[in-house]
Write a protein that binds this ligand. Structure first.
Ligand code: NAP
Length: 423
């Protein structure tokens, strides 16, 4: 091998490794919770389960890296074959590990009148799949969306209707919440469709609230309410909605499901050793700078919100749905700073491999729907759930388990709302 070919191979490996590290890492991250679930059921199998989780991922990663190297050294056919074999192996190992889908409909207790669910941000991905499954299970569903057109497309007369609400404007969220409360009491609520209003009269309130709207923030200016967009959409709008709906949730012995994420582990205090600085003004009332940090502390907020709702006497759960193939995965990839060609290759690698190792939206909503429909006395007391199992001790970060931080966030959120005339 001459020096030029050696350098080319080294470059191919150097480029290939980070490229494959991305889907390979995700393969592991996606499936790990399922292995944790398995380990909880059979404690003696911990080492075997960890190895089983790591093996296909490592094989796939190495196979891909090898493939890139081979492609330069010999022929591109060798690279393609290695690529395909590695992923086929990973896929067959990983697909087996998918969690069972619960029998949603059999979880519904006998009921005199149809139950009612409200789901936020539901025209795609996990929100849309949740609406679909809840409606199939016999619930009436009112969802919120920013788009009249997308909302109308998903509405199903008799079981699914919508209201246009943009959580980037807190006043819209407050108006929607007030309309739901008014309709539940039989009062006029012009903001809602006639169908939604009549369902609320029948139900006398809300049985299930799924706080789902969320996105992977990119650098962006403040919202019109003067807040970091990720904080406002993913946390404060849900805090406001849930707070205003509390009386009608309590009237129905309702529950709140917060769609959080393992991404909450990215949250770190701004000042080391001071947990409350996770939500420092320089972060929550400043333009979005870091995508990962914003996503991390706002997903942490979803879990902390769950804790203080419980303290207020409302049944509440947070969950990580798994890594699910949805439109949230449109952010610039790791190494994107290396330029458009690298981003383009990563997009191709991701699109080609994501559906092999990630969950479909229907699989991703299994825990949402489980927590929404299972009788409360069937659910253990954990706040944070993954793959139909409580994961407080195994998967929640120390910050997510902090009662003090939850109290701080509740107080801070109320102050921010009061400053905007929305207490
Ligand atoms: N997919 C995953 O792997 C994954 C993993 C962990 C957690 N999650 C969480 O799951 C939830 C749903 O995400 P998804 O994966 O289903 O993503 P998605 O397909 O992009 O759906 C997100 C929904 O949130 C709303 N939304 C998106 N950007 C928004 C913005 N800038 N302002 C206001 N609303 C916005 C949209 O509602 P409208 O367009 O209808 O207004 C959209 O339907 C999020 O909270 C996310 O953090 C997802």
């Amino acid at each position: 091998m001459n020096a030029a070919r050696g350098a080319a191979a080294a470059a191919a490996l150097a480029l290939g490794l980070p490229l494959v590290a991305w889907p390979a890492t995700f393969a592991l991250a996606t499936r790990l919770p399922e292995y944790v679930h398995l380990v909880k059921a059979r404690p003696g199998a911990a080492a075997a389960a960890a190895a089983a989780a790591a093996l296909p991922t490592a094989a796939a990663g190495l196979g891909l890296a090898h493939g890139y190297g081979c492609g330069l050294l010999s022929s591109s056919a060798a690279a393609a074959a290695t690529f395909a074999a590695a992923w086929l192996y990973a896929a067959t190992r990983l697909v087996d590990a998918r969690p069972p889908v619960p029998p949603y409909t059999s979880m519904l207790p006998a009921q005199a009148s149809p139950r009612l669910a409200v789901v936020t941000g539901a025209t795609s991905g996990i929100g849309a799949a949740s609406v679909n499954v809840l409606a199939r299970a016999g619930l009436r569903v009112i969802f919120t969306t920013r788009s009249e057109e997308r909302g109308a497309r998903l509405a199903v007369p008799g079981s699914v209707t919508y209201c246009v609400v943009d959580p980037n404007e807190l006043a819209q969220v407050a108006a929607f919440a007030d309309a739901v409360v008014a309709a539940s009491r039989g009062e006029r609520a012009p903001l809602l469709s006639d169908e939604a209003a009549s369902w609320l009269v029948d139900a006398g309130g809300v049985h299930i609230l799924v706080n789902n709207a969320g996105f992977f923030p990119r650098p962006a200016p403040l919202t019109g309410d003067g807040l970091e967009p990720g904080f406002q959409v993913m946390h404060l709008s849900h805090h406001l909605l849930t707070k205003r709906l509390a009386p009608v949730l309590k009237a129905c012995q309702g529950r709140v499901i917060n769609v959080a994420s393992e991404g909450h582990h990215f949250a770190t205090p701004r000042t080391p050793g001071e947990p409350t600085s996770v939500f420092a003004p320089e972060r929550i009332a400043a333009p979005t700078k870091s995508s990962l940090l914003s996503y991390g502390h706002n997903k942490l907020a979803n879990i902390l919100h769950t804790r203080y709702l419980r303290d207020d006497g409302i049944a509440a759960f947070a969950l990580h749905p798994g890594a699910v193939v949805t439109s949230i995965w449109t952010f610039p990839y790791a190494l994107g700073f290396l330029g458009a060609p690298v981003r383009a290759i990563q997009r191709v690698v991701f699109d080609a491999t994501a559906s092999l190792v990630m969950k479909t939206a229907e699989e991703g909503v299994s825990t949402v729907v489980y927590l929404a429909l299972a009788p409360l006395d069937h659910l253990d007391s954990d706040l944070y759930w993954i793959n139909l199992a409580g994961a407080d001790a195994t998967m929640a970060s120390p910050l997510a388990r902090s009662a003090d931080l939850a109290r701080h966030l509740a107080e801070l959120s109320d102050i921010l709302l009061a400053e905007r005339g929305l207490e």
